[in-house]
Design a protein around this ligand. Sequence first.
Ligand code: ADP
Ligand code: ASP
Ligand code: MG
Length: 427
Amino acid sequence: MGIVVQKYGGSSVADAAAIKRVARRIVEAKKDGHDVVVAVSAMGDSTDNLLDLAGEVSPLPPARELDMLLTAGERISMALVAMAISDLGYSARSFTGSQAGVITDSVHGKAKIIDVTPGRISTALDEGHIVIVAGFQGVSRDTKEITTLGRGGTDTTAVALAAALKADVCEIYTDVDGVFTADPRIVPTARKLDAVTYEEMLELAACGAKILHLRCVEYGRRYDIPIHVRSSFSQLEGTIVAGSIDDQQHQESTMEQAIIAGVAHDRSEAKITVVGVPDKVGEAARIFEALAGAQINIDMVVQNVSAAATALTDISFTLPREDGQTAMGALAKIQAEVGYDKLLYDDQVGKVSLIGAGMRSHPGITAKFFAGLASAGVNIQMISTSEIRISVIVDQAQVDAAVQATHTAFDLDADEIEAVVYGGTGR
Ligand code: ADP
Ligand code: ASP
Ligand code: MG
């Protein structure tokens, strides 16, 4: 039997009883004859609680120390899970990300895994132990500092370990039964997907469906590791993330299958409008160079047609809300140079996205999406598209209504409720 890599999210290890339950599940996999490697998240909302605590101590905590603090959350779980396993008569060894060989770049708070050297894991497996790894963390090859992979990063730890250990599958255990056509917390009639391609899952994750960390899906696709997303609270089969929309087989099967994989939403962005930009060559480049210089990632961009009388235009874009103030500062510095009139900042926006490989070959998807939004009285502020996605920016207060209306417009609602949320606070 091969190596199985499992990941348990925060809500699956929220308290002592949950940790014991997870330990039993891990031992089952060992009893089935597998070598078992487990990545664990911090208990419940403890990462958020640690962040709150840091904020109380310092308004702007140093990034290095924040990573030192946050990685403690996963170290607590790894040791407790190992203890619970040993209590069941099996031997477990816990390792920090650094001990497990998770090597990253040096960017605190959103480090990228650049290599995995799982020597200690392999040795522990050879000795018959179950291996528990603290998720969401690694060590920088250059600075030797401890890093974190960004919120939700334990998913990526698990898939990276699965790739390095050549595991057959990576199982992501969470608080819902799989990937649904929308977040079950907003759409109780959402349907579970039995399977979804890497490309569709990448778009869902990039558009805010936090069921999987974006980088874990990228990793899975690159190393061809199937990801099985399922609940740690039930025995149901979950969703298999595998395959490409370009596979012949997939194209044939999607002929009869749903056109739409799902509806995702994201409340973490803000919108900035640069008002009264002279409509001249090079102005947009100057604006976005200033933002790039401040290390800010831009999402959607819209430029209005300039008014003939004034030859002035407005440029709006969205960005992570946490970068909002930095962006405003960077733009303020170039006001004289660019000659724009003023800046508007709006953090009361949300993004709603419709994702599906089938939209490549079905006309009318955009019209249906917009008609659904109109029926719910939702005004569209910005639009962007890719081959398999349409996204709109709307008023944040209307995000839930927009998601529900879109879900219904595409006939995605299940007749019987199957979207159980077993735990977690949704924070
Ligand atoms: P974990 O702690 O296990 O990593 P997360 O809270 O990060 O769990 O992710 C699971 C949550 O993702 C679910 O409880 C659900 O609210 C949310 N979610 C968002 N979009 C989806 C979706 N399309 N399908 C399933 N869950 C989704
Ligand atoms: N504990 C981290 C977080 O809450 C990492 C994870 O759960 O994947 O983001
Ligand atoms: Mg998660």
